[in-house]
Ligand binder design. Structure first.
Ligand SMILES: NC(=O)c1ccc[n+]([C@@H]2O[C@H](COP(=O)([O-])OP(=O)(O)OC[C@H]3O[C@@H](n4cnc5c(N)ncnc54)[C@H](OP(=O)(O)O)[C@@H]3O)[C@@H](O)[C@H]2O)c1
Length: 279
């Protein structure tokens, strides 16, 4: 497989394609992640709430790759946003991951107590200053929340906003704001929870290149400026297909057809966590 290109915004050096691990239990991680690493995935996305950091850590330790070749993201869960708890939780994540430092540490959802987001952002910056993570970022933040976070942390401090982004959810305004602040858009749920794999337009586009709808959906994301995608799969066959994206490119006409698929459709919208989404 060809090496996955990296994104350099805010000094990030993050591979444009990562391996998502939400809903992969320990046994599945132990089976699929070594295969993914063998296929060339070097960017792994986990989170404290996924409950699989220790399994991810065991695979990383067993793979024996030079540390600098791997890009590991984890996310702090919302019940650890009080500053001391956040720092302690990152130490615990690192212990489970068997790492001295993660590459990227995110706030998983914008759910803040009375004091607002600043104390938590301060703790996130402290985690970076203490060497627990190379980069910091946010996840599922709206336009206003992104602006607030950037304004508090300062220009070029936050590396990414990890948000749901795929051909059925285009979010042009939020994308422009991320671009203006030089934040990478990390696209979670990039296959719209597998809804996109049956899309007839994507299949039609893919037929020109001998590619599937899923591959077109992912290629469309990573061709965009400062966009990374982190599809998840438990299937070795899909893991191989999802990284086989670097020997074709989409035409302007293909991109127009894909842009027309936008239906502002969200697949990740947990009532107790979701902000008041941008319209
Ligand atoms: N920050 C956040 O709040 C947040 C929220 C959600 C997700 N995420 C991150 O984003 C990652 C991906 O999200 P997700 O897993 O919810 O959704 P997704 O990647 O959009 O879709 C995963 C689904 O697509 C299927 N699939 C994958 N590759 C395929 C292929 N080539 N052909 C056909 N089907 C394929 C998978 O089934 P098989 O297993 O059968 O392949 C699985 O059912 C997560 O693992 C997580 O790391 C972050």
């Amino acid at each position: 497989m060809d090496p996955v290109p990296t994104l350099a915004a805010n000094g990030l050096n993050m591979p444009t394609l990562g391996f998502g691990t939400f809903r992969l239990d320990d046994e599945t991680v132990g089976r699929i992640l070594p295969e993914a690493l063998a296929l060339g995935y070097r960017h792994i996305d986990t989170a404290q709430i996924y409950g699989n950091e220790a399994a991810v850590g065991r695979v990383i330790a067993g793979a024996g790759l030079p540390r600098e070749q791997l890009f590991v993201t984890t996310k702090v869960w919302v019940d650890r946003y009080q500053p001391a708890a956040l720092i302690e939780s990152v130490h615990q994540s690192l212990e489970r991951l068997q790492l001295d430092q993660v590459d990227l540490l995110l706030l998983h959802w914008p759910v803040f107590a009375q004091a607002g987001m600043n104390p938590t952002l301060e703790a996130l910056m402290l985690a970076r200053a203490s060497g627990l993570t190379r980069h910091i970022g946010i996840s599922n933040f709206t336009i206003d929340q992104t602006e607030q976070a950037v304004s508090f942390c300062g220009a070029d401090s936050l590396a990414t906003n990890q948000i749901e982004y795929h051909a059925y959810l285009a979010q042009p305004r939020l994308r422009r704001v991320l671009g203006r602040h030089n934040l990478v858009l990390t696209a979670h749920t990039p296959l719209a929870r597998a809804e996109l794999v049956n899309d007839p337009v994507l299949w039609d586009i893919g037929s020109q290149y001998g590619k599937t709808a899923a591959q077109v959906a992912l290629r469309w994301l990573i061709e965009q400026d400062r966009v990374a995608a982190i599809p998840a799969t438990a299937s070795p066959h899909h893991a191989k297909a999802n990284i086989d994206l670097f020997k074709f490119s989409l035409s302007a006409e293909d991109r127009e057809r894909i842009a027309a698929l936008d239906r502002a459709q969200r697949y990740v919208n947990p009532e107790e966590l979701a902000p008041d989404w941008d319209k």
